[in-house]
Design a binder for this molecule. Structure first.
Ligand SMILES: Nc1ncnc2c1ncn2[C@@H]1O[C@H](COP(=O)(O)OP(=O)(O)OP(=O)(O)O)[C@@H](O)[C@H]1O
Length: 258
């Protein structure tokens, strides 16, 4: 397959990545390639650096004081930490969904139209089309099409999380970063989000932090196991779960620690 244009090329790649919060060395020489149109799961015990790594992929950590990063993260071959990088554009192309659904306290419609409006789209018909397409993309349209003017906070938790996914889709990202997107949801909503993630990888590349081993096994193509800031092992999800090479990976996935 052609390295740059095939569906399986490394759309993002971290090389020799170190990250510090002041004196805390949160990521240690992390190397990971994120392949296009795959779901990559980041697993590992609490505090091992999964969220920190996820946030290095769209520079969300820039917002925190006294952080330092060494090494390289590329997006489509370009160093995202290079001087002159348009960080707003990076965050549009590499969107993020958080653990707790966080809709804005405004209508369903305005939640989705918010990003496109910021990026200069004012035309009502175009916005209508974006809202419809994004809600359909997040498998929420059928449930809300007749109440787009209702406050988004009136939706259930699972619907709110799909709204947050629709909000990210509205600005047409290429990569979706998801930080434990189902941890606050009931099993039925979780199932809906999992089905949606599998559907979304046709169009997008997805990186997901999860504490749920079954979830990682069900939805991801690749898995990276983090421990104390390092990647101990990464590769095909089936291989990581069935034939882990490192004893610590096996101990974690079989529930012996963490
Ligand atoms: N804003 C911050 N300031 C200082 N230290 C931080 C900050 N955020 C995270 N850390 C530290 O960095 C390390 C990695 O944290 P991180 O949140 O990336 O872990 P995690 O694997 O995502 O954990 P969890 O599964 O509990 O969400 C931890 O030691 C944590 O205490």
């Amino acid at each position: 397959m052609n390295e740059q244009t095939g569906s399986n090329f490394a759309i993002m790649e971290a090389t020799n990545l170190d990250f510090y919060y002041g004196q805390v060395h949160a990521l240690k020489n992390v190397n990971l390639a994120i392949r296009a149109h795959e779901v990559t799961a980041l697993i590992g015990p609490s505090g091992c650096g999964k969220s920190t790594f996820l946030k290095t992929l769209n520079r969300m950590n820039d917002l925190i004081e006294d952080v330092r990063i060494q090494g390289k993260v590329t997006f489509e071959g370009e160093d995202i930490y290079a001087k002159g990088t348009d960080v707003a554009l990076l965050r549009k192309r590499v969107g993020m969904v958080f653990q707790k659904p966080n809709p804005f306290p405004m209508s369903i419609y305005d939640n989705i139209a918010y990003g496109p409006r910021i990026h200069g789209i004012k035309d009502r018909k175009r916005l209508d089309a974006i809202v419809e397409k994004s809600l359909k993309g997040a498998a929420l349209w059928d449930e809300v099409h007749d109440r787009l003017r209702k406050n988004a906070l009136s939706l259930s938790g699972g619907q709110q999380q799909r709204l947050c996914i629709a909000r990210v889709l509205a600005v047409e990202p290429e990569v979706l970063l998801m930080d434990e997107p189902t941890s606050a949801l009931d099993p039925i909503s979780t199932q809906k989000i999992e089905d949606l993630i599998v559907e979304l990888k046709e169009k997008y590349t997805i990186v997901i932090v999860t504490h749920n081993m079954q979830q990682a096994g069900r939805i991801s193509d690749k898995t990276a196991f983090f421990l104390k800031g390092e990647i101990i092992e990464s590769g095909e999800t089936d291989a990581i779960f069935q034939t882990p090479q490192d004893q610590r990976t096996e101990d974690y996935i079989t529930g012996r620690f963490g």
